[in-house]
Ligand binder design. Sequence first.
Ligand SMILES: [Fe+2]
Length: 304
Amino acid sequence: MAVLTLEQLVHDVDRLPPLPQVVLQVSQLLEDPHIRAEDLAEAIRMDADLTAQLLRLSNSAYYGLRREITSIKEAVAILGLKTLKSMIYTILSHQVLDTPVEGYLLDRGALWLNALAGAEFARHLAQHYQYPEPDTAFTAAILRDLGKVVLSDYVGPAYRTLELYSKDEKQGFNEAEQSLLGFSHTQVGEQLARKWNFPQKLTLAIGYHHTPSALPLDTTEADRLLVTVIHMADSFTMMLGIGVGSDGLMYPIDIPALEHIGITVNNEWVETTMMALLPLQAKAQGLSTSMMSSNNTVAGGQSS
Ligand SMILES: [Fe+2]
């Protein structure tokens, strides 16, 4: 079985397309609490593709605006910086995640739909459990399985062994990946997040979305809540069978992490939460459709 060394991991991560400079610049600007709309619009304008995709997405049915947005400055004014930020991460993630991930038996589009459904669930759960930045939860959930894209080549040939290990050792698939392949998809995703200079809270959410209890001891309560929200969102996408691959239900719920935020995990809680999340599947599908059409028409996008 091929075991992934740190050197190979760094090499594989480097094979992925680098984050466009403008996206890096824009995402760093968005972390600045004193950012001015003009500066942001100016930075985005440097990238015609990103501008066109943002405008198309702003005007898509998903946002349901009554008037047409024709410039980034207008998009910032009408949709707000937080929405724009999650849109930028959504566009970035689409480029990486809308691909077949054969090692996990995911056809093209499956990982992407799972990411979007998880994101809609995470935004809802963030609001419900009083996490103050629901848009950040949306973004973190979209990005959570980035590592699968890199780890796929290793998981495919080793799948049967991973599955048996997971069953025999009563370990989650994530732990099986780590024990047998050297790294789990959460650790690979964390490396990617670091390489792309994502904010610390997104990096933590990617790295610990299956095991929030294992977060470093010095993690703030706010970040702990975010990661637990992403863990719940991920678990419910699996339970509902949305874009689920070969690793399917082989991820246990981290009960201590849920208890830490005051949740008693029982059938009633699972059913109530599931009923609240079910209608959001259609929203995720709608966003996926909007992204497709914004991508297909990007060549004709406006560049204001
Ligand atoms: Fe995952």
